[in-house]
Ligand binder design. Structure first.
Ligand code: PAF
Length: 282
């Protein structure tokens, strides 16, 4: 496994492999790797000839008052985990390597979706994500890229960007990996105290209750949302949003859900100072 820090070196490594017809898989990450990332790396290693894990804490997707400064950084451990899961390359560029002119003026946006759900509370976030992901696609020339479904809006927007801008890359979604307790794995779980971590289980509990109610025939959006809201509030969480969306379009559903629409519940909530997101397909 090779640790590569510059764009030129990564291209020098990958171009000959692509010319030999090797299938290149990319797993974009911001580091602080956990088993959720492990599942992405394993999926790539199983399906591709070469797996590249990018580790880049992308400053332009963080707002001024967000956690960029305290986001866990541990490249050595990340390299070990990536290697043990089957990665061939870790690409860990500096901020100056990725953005030599400072914050880029050329960016990629989805003007509508960037203002919805997480985007409504994190101005500029999805512009930063789509921009860095586009750069990583172009730098690596990967054939396939792997993203986790915990960041449901993110993977939806990346898939849409790939269609809208005709990127020649396949996007693979990998299901959420959860702790045995049900808590979705996230690098931000490290910020939680043990009490907050226990209370944060209220998110998944609420989502499961809504799924059971839906399976038993409940179609009222307000009633289904309420089950999630109560479970979070009952655990002293602060809800940012709970929305039921049509998963083909990510548009918000209201009233009664027709049976022929595939829907997903999206949640963002704070436990203490930590913002967590989760979702469940009904
Ligand atoms: O999901 C993440 O970790 C990041 O948003 C991504 C896709 C690596 C872009 O920085």
């Amino acid at each position: 496994m090779l640790l590569v820090k510059t764009i030129d070196e990564l291209r020098e490594q990958l171009k000959p492999l692509a010319r030999q017809g090797k299938k290149i898989g990319l797993v974009p990450t911001m580091g602080a790797l956990h088993n959720g990332h492990g599942a992405l790396i394993k999926a790539s290693a199983a399906e591709c000839d070469v797996t590249v894990v990018s580790v880049f804490l992308n400053p332009i997707q963080f707002g001024k008052n967000e956690d960029l400064g305290k986001y866990p950084v541990r490249l050595e451990a990340d390299v070990k985990l990536a290697e043990s899961m089957g990665a061939d390359y870790v690409f860990a560029p500096s901020v100056a390597e990725m953005y030599p002119d400072g914050s880029p003026m050329t960016t990629v946006r989805d003007e509508k979706l960037e203002e919805m759900y997480c985007g409504a509370y994190r101005p500029g976030h999805f512009r930063g994500v789509l921009t860095v992901v586009s750069k990583l696609f172009n730098i690596s020339g990967a054939d396939v890229a792997y993203f986790g479904e915990k960041d449901y809006q993110q993977v939806f927007m990346i898939e849409k960007m790939v269609r809208d801008l005709n990127f020649d890359i396949k996007i693979v979604r990998v299901p959420i990996v959860r702790e045995e307790s049900g808590l979705a794995l996230s690098s931000r779980n490290e910020y939680l105290s043990s009490d907050e971590k226990y209370k944060a289980l209220g998110i998944h509990e609420g989502l499961k209750k809504a799924k059971i109610a839906y399976s038993s025939g409940e179609r009222g959006v307000a009633k289904l949302r309420d089950l999630v809201l109560k479970s979070i509030l009952g655990n002293r969480g602060i809800v940012q949003y709970v929305e039921i969306v049509d998963r083909r379009t990510l548009q918000r559903c209201n009233g009664l859900l027709p049976d022929d629409i595939p829907v997903t519940i999206l949640v963002a909530a704070f436990f203490g100072k930590t913002r967590l997101i989760d979702n469940i397909e009904l």
